[in-house]
Design a protein around this ligand. Sequence first.
Ligand code: S3P
Length: 422
Amino acid sequence: MRVPGDKSISHRSIMLGALAVGETRVTGLLEGEDVLATAAAMRAMGATVERLGDGEWRVHGVGVGALLQPQAPLDMGNSGTSTRLLMGLVASHPIDTSFIGDASLSKRPMGRVIDPLSQMGAAFEASNGGRLPLTVRGAMPAVPIEYQLPVASAQVKSAVLLAGLNTPGITTVVEPVPTRDHSERMLRGFGADLTVEEVGGARVIRIRGEAELKPQAIAVPGDPSSAAFFIVAALIVPGSDVLIENVGLNPTRAGIVGVLRQMGGQIEEVNRREVGGEPVADLLVRHSALKGIEVDPDVVPSMVDEFPALFVAASMAQGTTVTTGLDELRVKESDRITAMADALSAAGARVRETENGLTIEGTGGEPLSGTSGPITTHLDHRIAMSMAIAGLVSRNGVEVDDTRPIATSFPVFETLLDGLHA
Ligand code: S3P
């Protein structure tokens, strides 16, 4: 099987393409609702963004500094990445931009990007608690800052770097814990003057502003976060032997593979190569007797989106799995600690919620009972997909209240699952 393109990389390819004068070509783009929201926003700000075929897109950019004021609020749907990265982009353009989103996105904290972008000179009018709907008045010129990330967040890092693109001088982000580095890789690929230096364990990222980006041809690798559901499915469903092709294995994203191997998962990498400046391999995954482990909190940033899937694997392992340091999971599309504790418990797993994690007593391979009513997904695609996988190893099946959010990141999930299951 093959999973669709990486969501993080897809967003960034449209955004940077929209800032580079000339034609950027993207192949393997994820055509999920989140990325389509980014595409619509860049169109509303003057770029030409066109679909040529399956995953094949063409972008004609306006140039850094030349984004137009959108005529209506930008509807970001469910997408935190679109919202936070675009807030950064518009913060250093002389335009006013309003952002709106769905009920899930409207609960999520935006103060984490409002703080540094205000320091750069942008002005914000946000709803209570720094939430959507909000309006940004961009600064022209913006002021370069040196900003130390208070939370491990690639979205905050990227928002500041993207604002730095149209800011005179050098904008610096200091990252005490490394997070996904797709922005850094792609900004460099588009010709931005960006350096990364290790200083006393921290990553210091500097970008020179008033940049001129050069259009690129980008091949988007498969999304490891989407692959994770099928990796877990193959590990826990007896008899499975699945080859997942073209999975992105950037070390800042691939934490789940290491953790599942530590639990005894047989995951083999074949045909290691590079796609679009990112390491990629095909993964051969076989049903395995998993054992519970204590997950090192240091790996959390490299698998921050994969914990819901990991919890399902832990429910089927022999022994106890302990996860800690997951505070950021509480501010994703839903509170994923509580949502998964409730959903897995309803499906018969033995789960205990702690302040910043879950402790799960696995069945040792015995099937879960399954649910006797629908579990609540809270507009969170990853809760819906994780519980679908849990359904594969349950006696009565798992009922999910709402599968529509799956289309935000993985529109072909159900088709692939049906195909594999058949
Ligand atoms: C993303 C960063 C992560 C991740 C999200 C995508 C990105 O969010 O959860 O799905 O593309 O930069 P945080 O920066 O909030 O950790």
